[in-house]
Ligand binder design. Structure first.
Ligand code: SF4
Length: 217
C-alpha cells in the first residue's frame, strides 16, 4: 500500500514566511506547478525511510512527488527499481502508477527553498514533520539520509546531539533508541557530475541500507 503524506503532514503549512511567500510567487509564475509543501511518497508501513533535502524547483516542487521531475530522482528511482523497491525505473509524475515497496521517500524540508538553500530556522521548523513521521514508524526503522542536512535533520528529529554523530558517505549509526541511520552523499546533479558520487557508489550504499532494513534482492 502506498501513502502520499507522512505523519502530521500539513499540505497548507505556512510556518516559514519566506518559503510561503516564495511559493506564492512560484505558483503565480507556474500555475500548473504543485508549489506547496510536498508530502512523502511510498509504502504506508516502510522499513526504510529515505530522507532528502528539499523539493527542487522543476522537480518535486512541480510534480508534488519527492525526487520526481528532476535530475537527482533519475538515479534514485533507477537504483530503487534495481533493488526491487520500486515498481518502475523512473518516476514520471504523481499519477504514473509507480509504487514503492518497503520504502518511503521524504524530505527534511517540505517546501521549495530559494536557490535550493533552506535557512537554519526553516530546517528546524520543518523538523516537526520528520520527527512525527519517524516516531510513527517506530525504532525498527532504517533511515537513509541523502546528504549532511538530511543526516542532521534525522538526528534533530530524534533529539540527538549533532556533534556526536558524524556524517560520512556509507557511515552507519545505531542511535540509542535502536534506530539505524545510514548516510550517503546526496544524489544531486552536482555530486554525480563531479563523480563525488558514482552510480556504483550509490547502488552499494542504497543496497546496504536496504539490507539493514531487511529489504532488497
Ligand atoms: S518548510 Fe515545512 S515548516 Fe516551513 S512552511 Fe514548508 S511545510 Fe511548513
Amino acid at each position: 500500500m502506498n501513502s502520499n503524506d507522512g505523519a502530521g503532514f500539513d499540505p497548507n503549512c505556512r510556518r516559514c514566511p519566506r518559503l510561503a511567500t516564495y511559493l506564492d510567487e512560484v505558483r503565480a509564475e507556474h500555475p500548473a506547478y504543485h508549489a506547496r509543501p510536498v508530502p512523502a511518497f511510498g509504502d504506508a508501513a516502510p522499513r526504510l525511510l529515505i530522507v532528502g533535502l528539499a523539493p527542487g524547483y522543476h522537480g518535486a516542487n512541480a510534480t508534488g512527488r519527492p525526487f520526481t521531475g528532476d535530475y537527482a530522482g533519475i538515479l534514485l528511482y533507477e537504483t530503487l527499481h534495481a533493488l526491487g523497491l520500486a515498481s518502475a525505473p523512473a518516476s514520471l509524475h504523481r499519477d504514473d502508477g509507480l509504487t514503492l515497496s518497503g520504502c518511503r521517500i521524504t524530505n527534511a524540508v517540505k517546501c521549495l527553498p530559494p536557490a535550493n538553500k533552506p535557512m537554519g530556522e526553516e530546517i528546524r521548523s520543518c523538523n516537526r514533520f520528520l520527527a512525527a513521521e519517524i516516531e510513527e514508524l517506530g525504532p525498527e526503522l532504517v533511515v537513509f539520509a541523502l546528504g549532511r542536512i538530511a543526516h542532521d535533520a534525522v538526528l534533530r528529529a530524534r533529539g540527538e546531539r549533532l556533534a556526536a554523530w558524524r556524517f560520512g558517505h556509507g557511515a552507519e549509526h545505531t542511535l540509542p533508541d535502536g534506530l539505524v541511520l545510514v548516510d550517503s552523499y546526496h544524489c544531486s546533479r552536482y555530486n554525480t557530475q563531479t563523480r563525488r558520487l558514482t552510480p556504483d557508489m550509490f547502488m552499494k550504499v542504497t543496497a546496504r541500507a536496504a539490507e539493514l532494513a531487511g529489504l532488497g534482492r
